[in-house]
Design a protein. Structure first.
Length: 224
């Protein structure tokens, strides 16, 4: 059987890799392709730099795979300390991965509809908007996963309280911003400012967990 230390390393490295891939796939590539509410500009960018859309799709597929790996690894690490909550935590992350998989299909559809007719431009934008909407729904589940994971970490007894707080706070941020996106139409007016404020705490929770898993948990707490 794979050792706890190796599982810990896999989980931590997967989390760090996911952050890098997400930064490129969404923060760089998608942001340079998608112009909200402007089908002409978006389709023009897609046609001129179609490789970026391929990069976005590939990035999110990698993220999906890593999410599955992380879900299973964290369950293996903490199931003895908190069996039921660890199972629910893993299941919620796998549910998020399934929703992300559905969101990716809209990106693929957008790539297949890159034509110059007004109808096709509308369909491309519709698919990109569906991707964002579906992914946002998934991120609510992801936020719930982080909150449950925070309770798992707390129950483990050897996880620093600061790390537990960061994971719980990141989960609350994911839930609040994406519920607002789904239910409050005017939220889009404020979303960029809110995202700028919450981007750091949302990223910090999992990044702190990743570093702890790789450098601290492996050395001090897990058996060989």
């Amino acid at each position: 059987m794979m050792s706890q230390r190796r599982i810990s390393a896999i989980a931590g490295i997967s989390l760090l890799t996911m952050a890098v891939v997400a930064g490129f796939g969404y923060g760089f590539a998608f942001e340079r392709l998608y112009v909200a509410g402007n089908g002409d500009a978006t389709v023009s960018r897609l046609n001129n730099t179609s490789w970026l859309l391929t990069s976005v799709i590939a990035s999110f597929i990698i993220i999906l795979i890593l999410d599955v790996i992380v879900a299973l690894a964290l369950y293996a690490l903490f199931k003895k300390a908190s069996p039921l909550l660890s199972l629910i935590s893993a299941a919620s992350r796998l549910m998020y991965a399934a929703i992300l998989g559905k969101a990716i299909t809209y990106l693929v559809s957008a790539g297949h509809q890159l034509q110059d007719t007004p109808q096709d431009k509308e369909m491309v934008m519709n698919n990109l908007d569906l991707f964002l909407h579906t992914w946002s729904l998934g991120l609510i589940i992801f936020g719930i996963h982080l909150c449950i994971l925070g309770m798992v970490l707390k129950n483990a007894g050897f996880v620093p309280k600061t790390l537990v707080f960061l994971v719980l706070f990141a989960g609350a941020c994911y839930i609040s911003t994406n519920v607002s996106h789904q239910l409050w139409p005017l939220y889009e007016v404020y979303r960029n400012k809110v995202d700028m404020i919450l981007a750091l705490p949302m990223a910090l929770g999992e990044m702190a967990l990743a570093v702890w898993l790789i450098y601290i948990c492996r050395k001090k707490y897990l058996c060989a």
